[in-house]
Design a protein around this ligand. Structure first.
Ligand code: GUN
Ligand code: ZN
Length: 430
């Protein structure tokens, strides 16, 4: 067993700052992580750790910040090339920007190129784990997961399912959905760092029969995830109410098919009812909060406090292509901005932002015992933020008052260009 030491200023959130306040942030200026076989065996002050392992090679990461790998709980693979369309609400944006691009993934070589661009976008931003909306085309999902395996990232993804209201080439039917889903998940779920997620696009584009097919797929293997969209935009919510007159609300369109539980992640939830929040808390279903997407599509100001006070787990998603890029640091910053605009909002501390971008994501994806913090017993999934000399963030970090100030500056100024190295399970992936 080869032991390696990582020497760095390490920041992480082993506790939930929404419960424990800013003290939940742990800052260790000169920490040593003892790593073997991709796992952190011990952590302590560097000089102590060094004394215990005098022969071990050292990865010297001083001069930047070592954070847990970022966890993205909502991002669309086929939308990389659709990033950047501003000024449209959700349904118009889908029709004019997202869906025409998604239809192009019917072409295998096009899909293969996009898969590489997508995974490169994630890792360059310091994202080590992601829950990914795949493609409507099963071959395009295959190529994504092939490339994901090569990339070394922890990817959970599935075929996106719809049987109405999009465009005919993106539609399936319940039987085909089950058949293709079975093949995909038997090939990929649980293979290395990959898992499969059953992915009805949203209730606007999924009939009851298709949602029932999703339930059948969920029973095909242990540990499958389910992901979809919820309460993003008032027009969308009205459409769902019309399409499902018998449902109590939008959440119920999924719930009454038995699709929800601790393994479900629903994106957005900008306009929830109290009943929906109480039910999600009861089910342990998480919400992927996508701040730049909500701002870009004008979806609304996410009611974070209502989620937290109901006990609904919340984490961050970049929601490319409605979101403005892969950077979860930017999502954290935008979350902080938005909360200040709400009468019931929070003044988010850097501890909240780091938690939302790391440990909260790990919890939402059922990986909280493996990733999200840099502690003994966890896998070494980490990102080294080390800005180029002369950049504004470099100046900011050099003059930071303390670790908290350095973290705040990282969220305000940090971008993919500042990500100097990324590890997943101890493997350097960037
Ligand atoms: N709702 C259904 N599909 C989508 C999508 O691709 N992006 C967003 N933001 N919302 C959706
Ligand atoms: Zn989305």
């Amino acid at each position: 067993m080869t032991v390696r030491l990582y020497r760095a200023t390490v920041l992480d959130t082993p506790r939930d700052p929404f419960l424990h306040g800013a003290d939940a942030l742990r800052v260790e200026e000169d920490a040593g992580l003892v790593v073997a076989d991709g796992q952190i065996l011990a952590r302590g002050r560097y000089d102590q750790v060094r004394a215990e392992h005098p022969q071990a090679p050292v990865e010297d990461l001083r001069g930047g910040l070592l954070l847990p790998g970022l966890v993205d709980t909502h991002v669309h693979y086929p939308q990389v090339r659709a990033i950047g369309s501003l000024g449209m609400p959700l349904l118009q944006w889908l029709e004019e920007c997202a869906l025409p691009e998604e239809a192009r993934l019917a072409d295998h070589s096009y899909a293969a190129e996009v898969a590489v661009e997508f995974l490169s976008g994630l890792v360059r931003a310091g994202t080590t784990t992601a829950l990914v909306f795949g493609s409507h085309f099963s071959a395009a999902v295959d190529v994504l997961l092939e490339q994901a395996e090569r990339s070394g990232l922890r990817i959970t993804a599935g075929q996106v399912l719809s049987d109405r209201r999009l465009r005919p080439e993106l539609h399936t039917d319940p039987e085909t959905a089950v058949q293709e889903g079975r093949q995909l998940l038997s090939r990929w779920h649980g293979r290395g760092r990959l898992r499969y997620a059953i992915t009805p696009r949203f209730s606007v584009s999924a009939s009851d029969a298709l949602l029932q097919a999703c339930k059948a797929l969920l029973g095909e293997a242990d540990g499958l995830l389910l992901t979809s969209h919820l309460n993003e935009n008032p027009e969308e919510i009205d459409a769902v109410a019309e399409l499902f007159p018998g449902a109590r609300d939008y959440l119920d369109t999924y719930d009454r098919h038995g699709l929800l539980g601790t393994r479900a992640v629903l994106a957005h939830d900008v306009h929830p009812t109290d009943r929906e929040l109480a039910r999600m808390a009861e089910l342990g279903t998480a919400v992927a909060h996508c701040p730049t997407s909500n701002a870009a599509l004008g979806s609304g100001l996410f009611p974070l406090r209502r989620h937290v006070e109901h006990g609904v787990p919340v984490a961050l998603g970049c929601d490319v292509g409605a979101g403005s890029g892969f950077g979860l640091l930017k999502e954290g910053l935008q979350a902080a901005f938005v909360q200040q605009l709400r009468p019931d909002g929070y003044r988010l501390h850097p501890a909240h932002l780091l938690f939302l971008a790391t440990a909260a994501g790990a919890r939402a994806l059922g990986l909280a015992d493996r990733v999200g913090v840099l502690d003994a017993g966890f896998d070494l999934d980490a990102v080294w933020v080390r800005p180029e000399s002369g950049s504004v963030l470099h100046t900011g970090l050099r003059h930071a008052r303390d670790g908290i100030d350095a973290l705040a500056k990282t969220f305000v100024l940090g971008a993919p260009a500042d990500v100097a190295a990324v590890w997943v399970g101890g493997d350097r992936v960037r």
